[in-house]
Design a protein around this ligand. Structure first.
Ligand SMILES: Cc1cc2nc3c(=O)[nH]c(=O)nc-3n(C[C@H](O)[C@H](O)[C@H](O)COP(=O)(O)O)c2cc1C
Length: 197
């Protein structure tokens, strides 16, 4: 019986629900799914497809990037998909990075304040800036699909340095921007992308 792993990292907890929703959608296809915090993943040999998800925390969460690097050999034998949660994305219309398709939650991107000129925050929050480090961490594996979705930001759950970074660099207002329809629609396509249907 084929089996899929959804492994996630989180800082303030909101990505747990995203990973659960991704797992539920995949399970609709009849394929058994394990949804696990990334540091509880042991043997990858049991899986026929792996989804790794985590938030942008300066870069993609260090535990998710580290996992891709450390477990590269085992991950080479199965299809890999990746999801990212974030609070800020500059609208550029891109739908792929270096040939890898990226499914972007349509409610997340914001157009630049001045047409044709990006400010510091807008340059920082471009899609390739977020995705390229992930592709570097997974190299030579190319994910079959990447999903980028709105996350949740609650300043009360964060340490002072995290609040400072978000206020200075991300400059995103607090709130829950998780778009469950976008998340579930992306996840529903994964069994076909993994060819495990
Ligand atoms: C320290 C820190 C850095 C962040 N960096 C970014 C970022 O670079 N770009 C972005 O869009 N969102 C950024 N965010 C927002 C998070 O990605 C978002 O709130 C995410 O949903 C948090 O997931 P979690 O609740 O699972 O930790 C940052 C949040 C924190 C606390």
């Amino acid at each position: 019986m084929k089996r899929i792993l959804v492994a996630y990292a989180t800082m303030a907890g909101s990505t747990v629900d995203v990973a659960e929703a991704v797992g539920e959608e995949i399970a609709q296809s009849g394929v058994p799914v394990d949804v696990l915090p990334i540091d509880e993943v042991k043997d990858l040999a049991a899986y026929d497809g792996v989804v790794i998800g985590g938030p942008m925390i300066v870069n993609w969460h260090h535990a998710t990037s580290g996992f891709l690097k450390r477990r590269r050999a085992a991950l080479q034998r199965v299809p890999l998909a990746v999801f990212v949660t974030a609070m800020s994305l500059t609208q550029t219309g891109e739908t792929s990075v270096d040939g890898v398709p990226v499914s972007v939650d349509e409610k997340l991107p914001k157009p630049p304040e001045t047409e044709g000129r990006l400010n510091f925050r807008e340059r920082y929050a471009r899609l390739p800036n977020y995705i390229r480090p992930i592709l570097r961490a997974s190299r030579p594996i190319k994910p079959v699909s990447i999903g980028l979705f709105g996350g949740r930001l609650e300043y009360g759950r964060l340490k002072w340095w995290a609040v400072l970074f978000v206020m200075l660099i991300v400059q995103a207002p607090a709130g829950d921007r998780r778009n469950w329809a976008a998340i579930r629609s992306w996840a529903a396509g994964l069994p076909a992308a993994f060819q495990v249907e």
